[in-house]
Design a binder for this molecule. Structure first.
Ligand code: GLU
Length: 281
């Protein structure tokens, strides 16, 4: 049965074949149930409207069609995250009131220096890249109350040792251990923007998304997001993590490898069907 889904490009560059294949899968799985186009342009320094417009154009060229979005409208507008800041702040307040998050003044460098060696499950069908784990020693000892994020990063305090598991439509049961596979994660940035994990959960909930289709490099993020759904007392969506694209030798490609922008493949004369047949594992 199709489930209401979404496409969520981040317009920091031209759309890459890997994202396009994930989006094609999302569109196919949601066919008939509604599909939201949401532009994840929160990072104003790195995102550009030209890239958002190019992504919509490339996806249309591939034959994808959405039922709600910046170009077609719909009941959940606006569809650009840069215009949804008040909603994210509301979600920040709910997490703060629940005692789930805390201000974390440590710089990225402090964290990297104090973090244990990157750890992670990257094997076989589970390609999540290892990541540095935020050291519990850097958590504050007292809980501070605040009425606004106030120029400091905020982290979600994870339940150390708890196994977070979920059923993925393609991979079956997936599990991550809080405090081992990932640590306390940023939900609000020091530059006063919602961080990815908060914004994506806030909007998937607000836009009534029933199944999230995303790349398998985000499996650990899904575990983080399940903790946010729990703290917010929201029903989480279902999940399908798509395979990652590979090159001619079967190696997984980094997100923005040169020459794999849909724009460039179009310019080389590939058809939408050629692009959609790109190998992935
Ligand atoms: N905007 C995110 C990306 O492009 C979306 C990830 C997700 O599907 O949650 O990586």
């Amino acid at each position: 049965m199709p489930l209401r889904g979404r496409l969520a490009p981040t317009p920091t560059g031209l759309l890459h074949v890997g994202h396009a294949l994930t989006f094609a899968r999302a569109a196919e799985r949601a066919a008939g149930a509604g599909l939201v186009m949401r532009i994840e342009d929160l990072d104003r320094d790195r995102c550009r409207p030209e890239y958002a417009a190019a992504a919509l154009d490339d996806l249309r060229w591939l034959g994808l069609d959405w039922t709600e979005g910046p170009d077609v409208g719909g009941p959940h507008a606006p569809y650009e995250q840069s215009r949804r800041g008040a909603w994210f702040l509301d979600v920040w307040r709910r997490l703060e009131a629940a005692g789930a998050i805390y201000p974390s003044p440590h710089s990225r460098r402090d964290v990297e220096e104090a973090a244990s060696a990157p750890h992670g499950p990257a094997t076989g069908s589970d390609p999540t890249p290892p990541e540095p784990i935020f050291p519990a020693a850097l958590r504050p000892t007292e809980r501070e109350r605040a009425s606004s994020p106030g120029g400091v990063a905020w982290r979600f305090r994870v339940p150390d040792g708890r196994v977070i598991s979920f059923d993925d439509a393609r991979l079956g049961r997936v599990a991550r251990t809080a405090g081992v596979d990932f640590g306390d994660f940023v939900v609000w940035r020091r530059d006063d923007l919602a961080a990815y994990e908060l914004a994506v959960v806030a909007d998937d909930h607000a836009m009534e998304i029933e199944e999230v289709v995303r790349g398998a490099d985000l499996l650990t993020s899904t575990a983080r997001q399940l903790l946010l759904y729990e703290a917010l007392e929201w029903q989480p969506p279902q999940w399908c993590h798509a395979p990652l694209v590979v090159d001619a030798e079967g190696r997984r490609l980094a997100k923005r490898s040169g020459g794999l922008a849909i724009r460039e493949l179009r310019a080389r004369g590939l058809s939408p069907a050629d692009v959609l047949r790109w190998p992935a594992v």
